[in-house]
Design a protein around this ligand. Sequence first.
Ligand code: PGA
Length: 251
Amino acid sequence: MSRKYVIAGNWKMNKNPVEATALINELKPLVADASCDVVVGVPFVDLPAALDAVKGTRIGVAAQNCHWEKSGAFTGEVSAEMLKSMGVGYVILGHSERRTYFGDTDVTVQKRVRAALDAGLTVILCVGEYLEQREQGVTGEVVAMQTKIALGGVSEEEMARVIIAYEPVWAIGTGRTATAQQANEVCKLIRETIAGLYNAAVADSAVIQYGGSMNAGNAAELLAQPDVDGGLIGGASLKPADFAVIVKAAE
Ligand code: PGA
């Protein structure tokens, strides 16, 4: 079992193109020797600047959403094909903020995953429970269902381009991180879900990240867990020095 770690930043709705270039330029020397994969997830308008800034490095660039149709009357949307045509490699899908504020459902997430894989992108698929769900003891059911529906129709071969990010909603942007044990427990459950859908080999090679208030101080412990293969980092990804510490912790 030799999974590579993937550390991805989710900038959310932060930084304009000029600021994006500056942030990436600051980050580049700090992660130049990284042995894990490093990705920055930027707003759509920052994609050209980010793609330009990462040239000559191994840093990947992610969009934060994509639509499931190739083109058409979908005002305000961006297709997976469009992202691919620019040279974008990754797309974050199913983030809890998309689900909570913009009406994304398990079914629309599935459609977006399908379109992204068809376009040749690598997907960072977010799943995770609300606090009430954890308190009611249904975390496992919720996360397994989100995972199963999102992966509906995804082939074994395509799973090589799917990264799953376990992000408990109560830990996102709250400073309240899941314990390393909680993170590992659910990442392990996601791996078992993948084993059930596919087989042990696909599950063993699947990259499963933890996200939710991961920072320079807690990353090492979270990333040391056997089933945690990286992180999806919001707030701390906007601070190059902190993000670089997390990248180092993945090595
Ligand atoms: P956070 O965000 O690190 O700021 O909690 C994580 C995410 O939303 O992906």
